[in-house]
Design a protein around this ligand. Structure first.
Ligand code: FE2
Length: 237
């Protein structure tokens, strides 16, 4: 059993699945991979790109109906992956950007090469708006390569951190591998998730990620990163 809290299965609303058929294939692969709680985190770019909320809600309902028809033990939840813009916290306050499973946690991503100061500003503004920030795929941001910055981000703003499963599963350069190990040993990392968009390129690999984590860091770490830590999103659901 795994929780996948970062996923683009809802079709026709971002660069994730393009068709209902592709969505159903992806849901099938996630089910076969052992995912039992799944949060849809379609991309939203506040004030810069229109988000088709009605399509999102309709296609999310289709996904729920499909899962039910298959009789799987899989719960689906709504959410967004918010690209941080100046309008992001306003969108959250106005309910135009969806939090993770209706909790007060919100998944935030940045443009490549984003500066540390801007990431700190994002964390502060999200907190000021009454939400708890979760930073998506932190392996993409150079500012997070420095563990001092990571520690500070957690201490100052309580930011939760997510890394994509493929980053653990795929071969990595020595320094990247060492950085991942340090994140885990210092208990700085909170979740691993698929961030899967469709079955072309970044297919679900929660099980392989779990096995890699278990082999390198032990059972407890592997279970925390793939299940226990993310349970906090559903406490009020
Ligand atoms: Fe994503």
């Amino acid at each position: 059993m795994y929780i996948d809290m970062h996923n683009h299965f809802v079709y026709g609303v971002d660069d994730g699945c393009k068709t209902q058929e592709a969505m159903e294939k992806l849901l099938t692969a996630l089910h076969e991979d052992g995912v039992t709680k799944l949060i849809s985190t379609s991309h939203i770019t506040p004030s810069q790109r229109h988000f088709p909320m009605e399509d999102y809600q309709a296609h999310f309902a289709q996904a729920q109906a499909f899962v039910k028809s298959q009789g799987w033990e899989m719960e689906l939840y709504t959410g967004h992956e918010i690209l941080y813009t100046d309008a992001a916290s306003r969108y959250l306050r106005e309910g135009r950007a969806l939090t993770l499973a209706g909790s007060d946690f919100t998944l935030v991503e940045f443009v490549p090469g984003e500066k540390l100061e801007r990431m700190q500003e994002a964390a502060q503004k999200v907190r000021n708006a009454g939400y708890r920030p979760v930073f998506a795929h932190i392996e993409r941001y150079e500012a997070m390569n420095n563990l001092k910055h990571v520690r500070q981000m957690k201490e100052d703003f309580g930011v939760r951190l997510q890394v994509n499963c493929h980053t653990f599963v795929d071969k990595q350069p020595f320094l990247r591998r060492r950085w991942l190990g340090q994140l885990i040993k210092e208990q700085l990392l909170d979740y691993v998730s698929t961030d899967t968009h469709d079955m072309k390129g970044r297919e679900p690999c929660m099980t392989r990620c779990y096995q890699t984590l278990e082999k390198e860091f032990g059972h407890d770490v592997a279970r925390s990163l793939t299940w226990y830590d993310a349970l906090e999103f559903f406490e009020d659901a």
